[in-house]
Design a binder for this molecule. Structure first.
Ligand code: CUA
Length: 307
């Protein structure tokens, strides 16, 4: 169901959803009162044959005080609850507190880096029931990082980082999207936030920072294609390689659920992407590499060895 994508799964989003529900009820009550009074007046004061004009009311101080005070009260209630929720959602960080991860928007993918060197693309891992401080950045245009079930939106503005807390009440994979039009593939600038129990999260984090195993067989042939095609100019294959960040890091890519934030990470999809990235995400920075089928196969085998 579409609503499942918006079901609150963190204390922050529970607070935001509570605020929305409260305002919706308040607005519904006001609507019913106004619509009811309009309906009543239409019937009660309708034109009747032979009836005189109703007596007009001018300068009633009581009515004027009422229709000033009541809206003022309503707006004050909205203001107080909004400020309280904002203070809760944007809970203060310690002075100079370093972020637990840095999330960077690129046209059109998300990079996530952790202090231990782990780098991933379009798949962000967090522990369950412990909030992480995420710094949101951009390298090109304005993006907007949004995981509707876990956190508020945060613009990714070049040169002006923003901070949000990322937290989940329960384990799961939560869909996210870019929420600010940023170019051709904006709609497919998708990602996943994977929340897992603390032990699994720290195992994942440790593993992502490890060097890949030495490739063998078909995968070893793939490393030759990788070098020949100069894939390494844009893509890192291990956490040790911090230089190449033009394209998504391929470190431990075989452990990810999705490719490009949208396709299931299967051999078939990986081979399709390698053979013709432009047919899957037109406009992305990766040129179609013009490989032989054998080359595609070898490169696929190599990337699948990056576990
Ligand atoms: Cu990035 Cu829309």
């Amino acid at each position: 169901m579409i609503w499942d994508a918006f079901r609150p799964q963190s204390p922050q989003v529970h607070a935001i959803a509570g605020l929305f529900d409260g305002f919706l009820i308040l607005a519904a009550v006001i609507f019913l009162i106004v619509a009811g009074l309009v309906g009543f007046s239409l019937v009660r004061y309708r034109a009747r044959a032979g009836a005189a004009d109703p007596r007009p009311t001018f300068g009633s101080r009581r009515i004027e005080i009422a229709w000033t005070a009541v809206p003022l009260l309503v707006v004050t209630v909205i203001f107080v609850f909004t400020v309280r929720t904002m203070a809760f959602v944007d809970a203060p960080r310690e002075p100079g507190q370093p972020p637990d991860l840095v999330i960077t928007g690129h046209q059109w993918w998300w990079e996530a880096r952790y202090p231990n060197g782990a780098a991933t693309a379009n798949e962000i891992h967090i522990p369950v029931s412990r909030r992480l401080l995420a710094r949101i950045e951009s390298v090109d245009v304005i993006h907007d990082f949004w995981t509707p079930q876990l956190a508020r939106k945060m613009d990714a503005v070049p040169g002006r980082p923003g901070y949000i807390w990322l937290e989940a009440d329960a384990p799961g994979a939560f869909a996210g999207a870019c929420a600010e039009f940023c170019g051709k593939q904006h709609a497919w600038m998708r990602f996943q936030v994977v929340a897992e129990p603390e032990a699994e999260f720290s195992a994942w984090l440790r593993h992502q920072a490890e060097l890949p195993a030495e490739p063998t067989g078909a995968a070893a042939e793939g490393t030759r294609v990788f070098r020949e095609q100069k894939c390494g100019d844009c893509h890192a294959v291990s956490a040790a390689d911090v230089r190449a960040a033009k394209g998504p890091s391929l470190a431990h890519i075989a452990t990810r659920n999705l490719l490009g934030g949208e396709l299931p990470n299967t051999s078939v999809n990986l081979a399709r992407w390698i053979a013709s990235p432009q047919s899957i995400k037109p406009g992305n920075l990766m040129p179609d590499p013009n490989l032989t089928p054998a080359g595609v196969q070898a490169l696929t085998a190599y990337l699948e060895s990056l576990r």
